[in-house]
Design a protein around this ligand. Structure first.
Ligand code: HEC
Length: 117
């Protein structure tokens, strides 16, 4: 029992550290959430990966591989889906909420991945 007195401060410090880390990860600055481009990409990517694979290689025949594709081409496809110039019922709602920065970041991300062997 005599040694338990230090546990509370340690617990408080740990909690503060966790809270600070969580705030930093969420991009909270001055109490207002700020989405940094990298955070935004991290938030969007898992959704894309469910169909196109975490490594940009899809496991479903009708879902194209994105890895190894040219970033410029991927960005054009995303803008075309968004604008409806390329019509796909699955991809249009995926592309619609993406802004230019997100489209460029996603395209660079998948374009930099290694193509399927
Ligand atoms: C529900 C499954 C699904 C999700 C989630 C999804 N996609 Fe797709 N994606 C597809 C399908 C299916 C196609 C092929 C569309 C067609 O046949 O025209 C496609 C096509 C694409 C293409 C064009 C590829 C090419 O070779 O022309 C790009 C780029 C793309 N997706 C990027 C993304 C990104 C970025 C995300 C995340 C924001 C995403 N997709 C989320 C299913 C999905």
């Amino acid at each position: 029992m005599t040694r338990s007195h230090w546990k509370l401060p340690v617990a408080v410090l740990t909690w503060l550290g966790v809270a600070a880390a969580a705030q930093a990860a969420a991009g909270v600055e001055g109490g207002k959430p700020v989405q940094k481009p990298a955070d935004k990409l991290a938030a969007i990517l898992p959704m894309c990966a469910t169909c196109h694979g975490v490594d940009g290689i899809s496991s479903v025949g009708l879902y194209p591989n994105l890895a190894g594709q040219k970033a410029e081409y991927l960005a054009k496809q995303l803008r075309d889906f968004k604008a409806g110039r390329r019509d796909d019922a699955v991809m249009r709602p995926m592309a619609e909420p993406l802004d230019d920065a997100a489209i460029d970041a996603l395209s660079r991300h998948f374009g930099a991945m290694r193509a399927a062997p």
